[in-house]
Design a protein around this ligand. Sequence first.
Ligand SMILES: Nc1nc2c(ncn2[C@@H]2O[C@H](COP(=O)(O)OP(=O)(O)OP(=O)(O)O)[C@@H](O)[C@H]2O)c(=O)[nH]1
Ligand SMILES: [Mg+2]
Length: 399
Amino acid sequence: MVDSLDELTELATTAGAAVVGRGMQKLEAPHPGTYIGAGKAEELARECRELGADTVLFDDELSGAQARNLEELFGCKVMDRTALILDIFGQRARTREGKLQVELAQLQYLMPRLTRYWTHLSRQRGSTGSIGGEGESQLESDRRKTQERIEKIRDELLIVRKQRTTQRAGRQRHQWPLASIVGYTNAGKSTLLNALTGAEVLAADMLFATLDPTTRRLRLPSNQNVLLSDTVGFIRKLPHGLVEAFKATLEEVVEAELLIHVVDSSHPQCAQQIEAVNSVLSEIGAMEKPVLMVFNKVDKQGAREAAELLCQQFPKAVAVSSREKIGFDTLFAELGAMLKPIRDFVEVRIPHGEQKAISRLHALGQIVEQDYSGPEAWFRVRIPPYVRHEFERFVLPEN
Ligand SMILES: Nc1nc2c(ncn2[C@@H]2O[C@H](COP(=O)(O)OP(=O)(O)OP(=O)(O)O)[C@@H](O)[C@H]2O)c(=O)[nH]1
Ligand SMILES: [Mg+2]
C-alpha cells in the first residue's frame, strides 16, 4: 500500500503538484459516504488546514457523493487517482487523436459525477459552471451538453482514425512484422526505441512521457527487418475508461505479431508492475501474443542481479541497459529467433468461393506467388502466426 502511495506521489509530482503530507487507513470496506472513516476524515481535515493543502488526492476511485462530502469536510479540492491520471494525460496529449481520446475519457468520468455539488472538474474545465444550488435544470442542461460533446468527439475520432488506418495500410504493404514495445510507465520503452532505431521520442524521468504511438524500422544484424512501435505506458489501476478511449492507439499492440515487454529491473515493485502490464494486455486482448521480456536498466545499482533472477522466470528474456546499450547483441539474437517463425512461408489452397478467406489472406499475409487458374486458388504466402489458425484448413502439407 505504501508503495502505491509512493506512486501516487510520483503521479502528483508529474501533474505539477507538491506533496506536503500523506495518510492511510485500513478499513474492511470503504465508507459509502466519505470513503474513509469519520475520525480519520477529521484528522486529515485538521492536517490540511495546518499544512495549507489545497488538494487532497485519493489513491482509489471515489464516487461523486464521496468526493463532494470530502470536499466539504476538508474545505479544499478532492481528486481521485483516476482524475489525476486523466489530468496528466490531458497535459501530455499532443496529437489531435490523443487530445480527443483524453477528452472523451474525461467526459465519461465526469458524466456520472455531474451533481449540483460536485465542483472541481467542472470548475477546472471551466465549462459547465454548475456550482452550488443552481437547481436541477442547470444540472440537466450540463448533462445534455456533456452527452452532446461526447457524441461529437466520437464522430471526430472516427474521422481521425480513418486517416490513421490509411497510413497503416502503407505499413502493411511493406509486410514487415510489427513488434510492439509495451511496459509499465517509466520502464524505458522510449529510450529502448531510440537506442535501437535512432528515433527521437521524448524519453524522460516522468510518468506517461509518451502518449502517442511512434513506429520505426529496425534491421537486425541478421538482416531481418522488424517494425518497432512505442506507445503509452501502463500503470496499476489504469482507469478503465482511459483504456477504452485509447483502444485505437493500443491497436498497435493488438495488431503486433510480437510484444517486447520492457521492465525497469531496478524498481523495487517490478514484479507487480509486470502483473499490472499483463492485466492491461489481457483487457485489450493481447495476452496470447509471443512476448520477449526485456529487463532494462541493468546499469543501475543492484538491477543486474534482479534482472538475472527475473530472466530465469520467463522463457524468453534478456537483460539490457537501453541507456548504455548493454545486452543488445542478445536482444537482437532473441528477437531474430522469435521472428523466424513469422518469416516462414507456407502453401495454401483456397476454393474460389471462399472470397472472405482470400481477401483476409491478401490483407494479413505476405503473398510471394499466386495462381488463380486451377480449380482452387493457390498461394505461397507468409502468414503471421497469430492468425495462422484462420487459414490452417487451407495449408498444404510440406513436402
Ligand atoms: N539508468 C538507466 N536509466 C534508463 C534506462 N532506460 C531508461 N532510463 C531512464 O528512465 C526514464 C524513463 O525512460 P523512458 O524511455 O521515457 O520510459 P518510458 O517507458 O518510455 O516511459 P513513459 O513513456 O513515460 O511511459 C528516463 O529518465 C530514462 O533516461 C537504462 O537502461 N538505464
Ligand atoms: Mg515513453
